[in-house]
Design a protein around this ligand. Structure first.
Ligand code: FAD
Ligand code: NAP
Ligand code: SF4
Length: 675
């Protein structure tokens, strides 16, 4: 066992049971919780993670009653008849030597349902339904429902429950005056407002007895105006301990908070300091969370005394085996979560099953599998971007002989551009992972080799996979070749000099990233937690309620204007859970956004455009950077087809529209699993 992670891998004795290490797989809604027919898939998903060595897991949230639904007919555990389906999950986990708690989540006013209830009748800014204010007897009934749900979880074989008391859900809504305007015994003083969670924990403990884990997820940082003070958080933490909780987990930020808390631009372990503050006030184990995506980061959090355990959620989607790999001293083989949210949270918000951009098998454990090939082939994969890397490594793992070509001197394709964007440094990790995978699977890597069709035909491969990606779309307006015009590749990858005044043509994902790149002060490392807190107004001294103070971003490095032809919202195609962060960040950097334009020309003065056919305007600028989308690069296809070579297209070379790394990696995986 690796001594590198001795704190992380140390068992945790809870008195009546012992966790084999300090890693908690945090609660994630996967979309498999809602229907009984999906439970075999859910069981396989958890079993794989239990096999991966994690100390304790928490399910996605289950409502204790219909009023607490996240969405109509969503996950709920309130009836005896709902127990049976869970037995599959608990058995599968226990058979693999794991432990699992069920999360009880009452959505309160975040419920996407007309039946939703809350402390008071105040609509949340992120939900269309105005909640009904619960009467006092309704509150007592809800407490009973929590206890009932916990008892059913116990009957279903769970090792415990987690009571979700953070992220702005029902319990949080009682805690702060922002959402609790009551005048009865559940409102007014903090003692009254915190009565609900304390009574819930007490009644759950009474119902389940002593030998059952109760985790309470405590909102340590609300990050909203009129959130809890630090003194209130501590008072609640102590009361929760006294009420019978076994473990206190950390919650960071209400969902309506305008501060990023888990996106890739959040520095690693950016919030463990607040869990560290709680350590001194309670004697039960506390868990740090958010953007802990690597065993070394986890180890450091525990070693410096910020927490007894760490919660990692999405990292277990990206790699079910992190803990085993850490134990074996092989961190270089971990497929690291890059914090993109593209396939996990963004899917959930669209009502789709969650998965992972870097691991398409996540939540598809029973469906997306491959086995060793019975008929090994010689396969050429052209292009070592995400699509080619995914295909080549799966093919080699299955026993095919694979030559992987790239004309560049390093693997990664466009990820080598993406990783240079401030806040996207995690993309390096995916390339490290694939670099390691190429070595361990025996892919024959041929860098700095631009292959042509003749070479591939003459080499006599059984099959060829073209993963040759894209070309940036070129402009066809007057002055498109003016010396001040640069492509995003010139700017980010080739680091060509850029002047102080810049116009960016195109406001897709790349336009936004380039604007971030150009406005970022070179001196700021994105891992700088103090700088992150300053930018977003996080008050690490906790002087203000909710630890939410005055945002103080750095001055922009350049004056940037972004333009698009569409009249709709700028960045409309960005991720549901991250688009607002990109927009807000650029607003702070005073980036001008102009939509509905028609470009007319570029000359020494700058970029000319008109809106609705009116007189042309000009943006005077030193450079125009083109981020106008991409077109497929499938140059070799025709010749290979003509020669009768079995040829496949994946990723950008197949289709440039709507391309992202999620699709590229998944296509590579699926094709390679089928050859
Ligand atoms: P590519 O990554 O383009 O790789 C193609 C490879 O083929 C290249 O390495 C090229 O050198 C090689 N090649 C081409 N022709 C030949 C030849 N004849 N011989 C040898 N080699 C050849 N996607 C996301 O999902 N999330 C993001 O946050 C994100 N951010 C991005 C930020 C930026 C700044 C950029 C530029 C892209 C970003 N993307 C993002 C897009 C993502 O990187 C692409 O969707 C993905 O890389 C496409 O993968 P691919 O393998 O199809 O093609
Ligand atoms: P994109 O998202 O399709 O955006 C292209 C932009 O160019 C649009 O703003 C479009 O707006 C404009 N455009 C299209 N044709 C044009 C033309 N002929 N002349 C001028 N402008 C034109 O593509 P992208 O920004 O190049 O990104 C490529 C892919 O990488 C995307 O599909 C995306 O998924 C992925 N990516 C994702 C992220 C992320 O954070 N998830 C980040 C970066 C990249 P108008 O047509 O309105 O002008
Ligand atoms: Fe992490 Fe992105 Fe995968 Fe979600 S989709 S688990 S954020 S890498």
């Amino acid at each position: 066992m690796s001594s590198q992670y001795k704190h992380l891998l140390e068992p945790l004795d809870l008195g009546f049971t012992t966790l084999k290490n300090r890693a908690l797989m945090g609660s994630m809604h996967t979309g498999l919780e809602d229907k009984a027919r999906d439970f075999p898939k859910l069981a396989a998903y958890f079993a794989e993670r239990a096999r991966g060595g994690v100390g304790l897991m928490v399910t996605g949230g289950f409502a204790p009653n219909v009023e607490g639904w996240l969405s109509p007919f969503g996950s709920k555990l309130s009836k005896q008849s709902e127990v049976k389906r869970h037995l599959q999950v608990t058995k599968a986990v226990h058979d693999e030597g794991g432990k699992i708690c069920l999360q009880i989540l009452h959505a309160g006013r975040y419920g996407y349902s007309p039946l939703c209830v809350s402390a008071s009748k105040i609509k949340s800014p992120i939900s269309p339904f105005k909640p009904r204010a619960l009467r006092s007897k309704g509150v007592y009934r809800t407490i009973k429902d929590y206890a009932n749900s916990a008892s059913l979880a116990q009957q279903a074989g769970y090792d415990g429950v987690e009571i979700m008391g953070s992220e702005g859900y029902f319990i949080n809504q009682f805690l702060v005056t922002h959402t609790n305007k009551r005048t009865d015994e559940w409102g007014g003083s903090f003692e009254n407002r915190m009565r609900l969670p304390v009574e819930i924990v007490k009644s759950v403990r009474e119902k389940v007895g002593t030998n059952f884990i109760i985790i309470y997820r405590l909102s340590m940082l609300d990050l909203i105006e009129q959130g809890s003070t630090w003194e209130e958080v501590v008072q609640l933490g102590k009361a929760i301990e006294a009420a019978g909780a076994t473990i206190i987990n950390t919650g960071i930020g209400w969902h309506e908070a305008r501060v990023p808390t888990i996106a890739t631009s959040v520095p690693r372990a950016a919030f463990s300091w607040v869990t560290g503050r709680m350590q001194d006030h309670v004697s039960i184990p506390v868990v740090a969370t958010n953007r802990i995506n690597d065993p070394q980061v986890a180890e450091d959090v525990i070693a410096r005394g910020d927490a007894d355990m760490v919660s990692m959620a999405r990292p277990f989607l990206a790699d079910s085996d992190i803990i085993n790999k850490a134990k074996a001293g092989k961190p270089e083989s971990i497929n690291t979560c890059i914090g993109c949210n593209q396939a996990c949270l963004d899917h959930i918000f669209k009502g789709k099953r969650s998965t992972c951009l870097v691991n398409p098998r996540a939540c598809y454990e029973t469906e997306l599998n491959f086995s060793p090939t019975a008929t090994p082939k010689r396969v050429a994969v052209v292009g070592a971007g995400p699509a080619g890397l995914s295909a080549a490594t799966v093919l080699a793992e299955r026993g095919h002989s694979v030559d992987l070509f790239d004309k560049a001197s390093e693997i990664g394709g466009q990820f080598n551009i993406a990783k240079k964007i401030p806040g996207k440094e995690e993309f390096y990790e995916t390339l490290r992972y694939y670099g390691n995978k190429i070595e361990t699977t025996g892919v024959n890597l041929k860098l700095s080799e631009e292959v042509d069709a003749a070479t591939l035909i003459n080499a006599g491969y059984d099959e060829v996979i073209l993963a040759t990606g894209i070309r940036p779309r070129e402009l066809s307006i007057e002055g498109a070749n003016h010396e001040k015009v640069l492509s995003y590749i010139d700017v980010v990858q080739n680091e060509k000099p850029v002047g102080n005044r810049v116009a960016i043509i195109g406001a897709g994902g790349i336009g936004f990233d380039v604007a971030e790149f150009l406005t970022h002060q070179d001196t700021t490392a994105n891992s700088d937690i103090a700088q992150f807190n300053k930018k977003w107004g996080i008050d690490s001294e906790y002087k203000d309620r909710g630890a939410y103070g005055h945002a103080d971003p750095q001055a922009p490095a350049r004056q940037v204007t972004m333009l698009q032809r569409k009249k709709g919202k700028m960045g409309a195609g960005l991720g549901k859970t991250t688009g607002w962060i990109h927009r807000r960040s650029l607003k702070m950097k005073r980036v001008q956004m102009i939509r509905g334009v028609e470009y007319t020309k570029i000359d020494d003065r700058g970029l000319y455009f008109s809106i609705d056919g009116r007189e042309a305007q000009v943006i005077e600028c030193d450079n125009v950077v083109v981020c106008a989308g991409q077109v497929s690069r499938k140059d070799l296809l025709q010749e290979l087809d003509n020669a009768g070579v079995v040829t496949h297209l994946i990723g950008g070379s197949k289709l440039a529209g709507e391309l992202d790394a999620k699709r590229a990696i998944r296509e590579g995986f699926e094709l390679a699993a089928s050859i």
